[in-house]
Unconditional design. Structure first.
Length: 266
């Protein structure tokens, strides 16, 4: 590790410590709903894909959130919908769902639509990070989840959470150093074996872990870790035609704490 990376990590560690000690949530700070996506810069095919999702899942994210957040929810819901199709399964509905590393949990509504959970909790290590407009992640997250049934936001390092779940999701978990520093976090938070090991331990019999990675190289690194901690692969889907542009294709993998191996299509 370079001296520059060590210094950056130390600086970010100090910032995280101060945030944890001084941070607080002053109540829910919801977004102002867009009402419609009429003004969004979307091509006709993208609008058709959104209309299909809205019809299939009975959602209208733009009536709940601003246009950028609404579009991101549609994109995440489509990723989950396409993954279900690729895996050849129906959604594992009615389960206790944990989402790991949820930031401000802006996509909680997409998870609700896809999995219709009995309970849904988003866990975020750095819950008091300041966002635009003077609000922090916790305040924004409380706004995102306040009208969603059985949905909560919790500030915690999931590697230390001991709580059973029928489904655990993790969108772009840290498995290499560069993304940790890019997100202005100390390298001490990079503990993928501990994190995925805890996910495996928390899964109930018959439970599932859905992991999403940036590109196939990162997905391969994450898969090696998942295998090492005792998770069994049940399918992989590579999203090569995302609803919204991405620098690399999202790779969705499905895992169980045991069971038969399988392979999705890409």
């Amino acid at each position: 590790m370079s001296l520059t990376d060590r210094l950056r990590s130390a600086r970010y560690g100090l910032g995280l410590m101060v945030s944890e000690r001084l941070g607080r949530a002053r109540g829910a700070r919801p977004e102002r709903p867009a009402g419609s996506l009429t003004g969004a810069d979307l091509a006709a095919p993208a609008r058709a894909r959104i209309a299909r999702l809205a019809s299939r899942y009975g959602v209208a994210f733009e009536t709940r959130y601003g246009a950028p957040t609404a579009l991101e929810n549609y994109a995440r819901l489509e990723l989950l919908d396409a993954s279900l199709d690729a895996f050849g399964i129906t959604a594992p509905v009615g389960r206790v769902v944990h989402d790991v590393g949820c930031a401000s949990f802006w996509y909680a509504a997409a998870l609700q639509a896809a999995f219709r959970p009995a309970a849904l909790t988003g866990f975020e290590l750095e819950g008091y990070r300041r966002l635009r407009g003077g609000v922090n992640r916790a305040e924004r997250a409380l706004g995102y989840v306040r009208d969603l049934p059985g949905t909560a936001f919790e500030i915690a390092d999931y590697a230390t959470v001991t709580r059973p779940a029928g489904l655990v999701t993790a969108f772009f978990p840290f498995v290499t150093r560069a993304p940790v520093l890019a997100w202005r976090l100390p390298l001490a938070v990079l503990a993928p074996d501990a994190l995925l090991g805890r996910i495996r331990a928390n899964l109930e019999p018959g439970g599932e872990f859905w992991m999403v990675n940036h590109g196939e190289r990162e997905a391969a690194i994450a898969a090696d870790i998942a295998l090492r901690v005792g998770l069994a692969p049940c399918g992989v889907y590579v999203d090569r035609e995302p609803l919204l542009p991405r620098p690399e294709p999202a790779v969705v993998s499905r895992w169980t704490p045991g069971g038969r191996r399988g392979q999705g299509r890409s």
